[in-house]
Write a protein that binds this ligand. Sequence first.
Ligand code: NAD
Ligand code: FES
Length: 273
Amino acid sequence: MFKILKKQKLNEAVTSFTVEAPFIAKKVKAGQFVIIRLDKTGERIPLTVSDFDRTAGTVTTAGQAVGYSTKKLATFCEGDFIADMVGPLGCPTEFGNPKKAIVIGGGVGCAIAYPQAKALKNMGAEVTVIAGFRSKDIVILEEQMKKVSDKLYITTDDGSYGQKGFVTDVLNGLIVKDSYDLVIAIGPVPMMKFVSAATKPYGIKTLVSLNPIMIDGTGMCGGCRVSVGGETKFACVDGPDFDGHLVDFDELTLRNGFYKEEEAHACKMGGLN
Ligand code: NAD
Ligand code: FES
């Protein structure tokens, strides 16, 4: 059993939980994830680790309440227990040794982009963060991202806060003027696709964090397979980070969409709750 020590609502739909998990906290690195089950019969939920404290023995994750289990998790309170937490899973992010990096977060993906920016800052890199949201009311982690970046750009699709437009509008303006060794993008698939397309002509190393449907999280079920550079990879064991210039984003979109249609169909037929 894993005790929830801190619960923090980041916006209406996104909540972060800090959980007592000393063995995971001891080993976890930026980019890795855990799989939790809320109770013995619960479904498995993969959650990227958004922060950790080795001394306190805690692991923090942030999740958006979108499905049955993530909505149930959002009702859990400080002092409650999560039945299972397995991890750390996946490969840690391979940052290399960048001098100048851009970290891009899209919506709830900012919860995962934040620890990446923090890790880069701790390595001594100059870090620019671009964080994109649909509107002002769902902006998350602004103060935290400011602390771990040399420059922070916030964009909103509707212009209600920061710069009006997509994260790619800011990115295009930066890479045309200056040179960068690394771009990390975490957010919706179209965002990661267009970030990768923007950086490719400049030859800037670009890492994206993929979160396809996952079941076992150990490379056994094949549910999370993605095509990278013409090869089949499993996001849970080979990723979740991949070279954005090699990822087949269109196939990923199709696979995710197929699952959603199946899910929608099953919901209509009463097959899922
Ligand atoms: P969203 O749809 O509100 O988009 C957030 C921002 O992404 C937008 O404001 C915009 O700046 C940018 N964006 C979106 N589409 C774009 C496009 N076509 N071109 C350029 N930029 C674009 O995001 P949301 O609803 O908060 O969803 C976040 C997504 O992040 C979810 O799909 C979730 O699955 C994913 N996510 C991924 C991880 C991971 O580890 N890979 C972790 C958390 C969330
Ligand atoms: Fe089953 Fe990755 S989740 S192979």
